[in-house]
Design a protein around this ligand. Structure first.
Ligand code: SF4
Ligand code: SF4
Length: 340
């Protein structure tokens, strides 16, 4: 069954970059040290900041990110602390290197998902994007995690550099025993944003026809194998209504220099909504991203038009052919259950 996941009013998603350091240099990395700093936060600071967002009366979902979060020597302590605080779900996003023996320091019950990033079904394609040896390392990381009883998910960031291998993912996911599959769309930010005007990066995002035909088809094939699939909607149909998550949902993207964004597409700019200073959450002065959320334009998402307008198309009269959805709007495809 495929359905659009409406923005939830009763849950908060906290995307916490506990450090920006990474062992890899992926060609599409969205981390921007000029905007996000290069600190590694101490456990005490992470705990104090996590406390700013948790509220036991609703669902608080925590996603621990980097850089590479397993490079943090105290990731295990951060996980335990977040669980005690009352976060209802905890996910660690990793490139698969699993530093500091993390699989031996936490138990499968301590987290909900260990989420691996793989950007190709073969080493050839993945390693061109993520670096030599990454494919083997990530696959072996998944296998180790599955063997030890961790629930795993896999994130595949689709671009024109790897979409030709997306159809090979159902077999690979099934072989690896992955529980969830996230298809992402490449964002023109971070390193990709740096080169957005260059010929090699101009066409990183796949076109609308390809996205709307191929992504749902592969998602269904994966769901038929019993694996839940989530992917961003990107292109709205004429019957669908545009909504900006910045106005109707609570998502926080926290960086180790204290910046807190509500919209990932704003992360290359000093447009964050809040700053954490002395462990307190302070509203940032205007102009910030919240001023953009309220703008109503025929193309849908304002930030999309500003930073990655290559996915827009216009009719002869100058009106857009379709609207671009909020990048946080997802479609979820769940495996069919057989009635008894
Ligand atoms: S693994 Fe993540 S943080 Fe590290 S370089 Fe790649 S995209 Fe950037
Ligand atoms: S991606 Fe666009 S629609 Fe979504 S929160 Fe950002 S500005 Fe709003």
């Amino acid at each position: 069954m495929s359905e659009t996941v409406a923005f939830s009013k009763n849950s908060v998603n906290v995307f916490f970059h506990i450090l920006t350091k990474c062992n890899l240099t992926c060609t599409h990395c969205y981390i921007n040290p000029g905007q996000h700093g290069n600190n590694t936060l101490s456990v005490d600071t992470v705990t104090a900041w996590l406390n700013l967002f948790v509220n036991k009366t609703r669902n608080d979902n925590l996603i621990l990110l980097g850089g590479e979060p397993t490079l943090h020597p105290d990731l295990d302590k951060i996980v335990i602390s977040a669980r005690k605080m009352g976060y209802s779900s905890i996910t660690i996003d990793t490139n698969g290197y699993l530093f500091h023996d993390i699989l031996n320091k936490i138990k499968p019950d301590d987290i909900d998902f260990l989420s691996f990033s793989l950007d190709g079904a073969t080493a050839e394609t993945n390693d061109k994007i993520r670096g030599n040896g990454c494919y083997d390392q990530c696959v072996s990381g998944i296998q180790n995690a599955v063997e030890r009883g961790f629930k795993t998910s896999l994130i595949f960031t689709v671009s024109n550099e790897n979409i030709h291998e997306l159809h090979m993912m159902p077999a690979l996911l099934s072989h690896l025993g992955v529980n969830r599959f996230f298809i992402q769309v490449i964002g023109i930010r971070g390193k990709s944003g740096d080169k957005s005007g260059t010929p090699e990066n101009k066409k990183l995002q796949v076109d609308r026809n390809t996205w709307m035909s191929l992504i749902p088809m592969v998602a269904k094939q994966v769901a038929d194998l019993g694996i839940i699939v989530t992917y961003p909607k990107v292109f709205l149909k004429s019957t669908e209504i545009f909504e900006c998550a910045g106005l109707v949902a609570e998502n926080y993207f926290i960086f180790p220099n204290g910046r807190v964004y509500r919209c990932p597409l704003c992360e290359d700019f000093s447009l964050h909504s809040f700053e954490i200073r002395d462990n307190a959450l302070i509203e940032k002065e205007k102009i910030n991203e919240q001023d953009l959320f309220a703008l109503n334009i025929p193309e849908g998402c304002v930030m999309n038009k500003l930073v990655q307008s290559g996915n827009l198309s216009y009719k002869d009269d100058g009106t857009p052919e379709y609207q671009i959805a909020c990048c946080l709007l997802k479609e979820e495809v769940t495996p069919r259950t057989t009635a008894l």
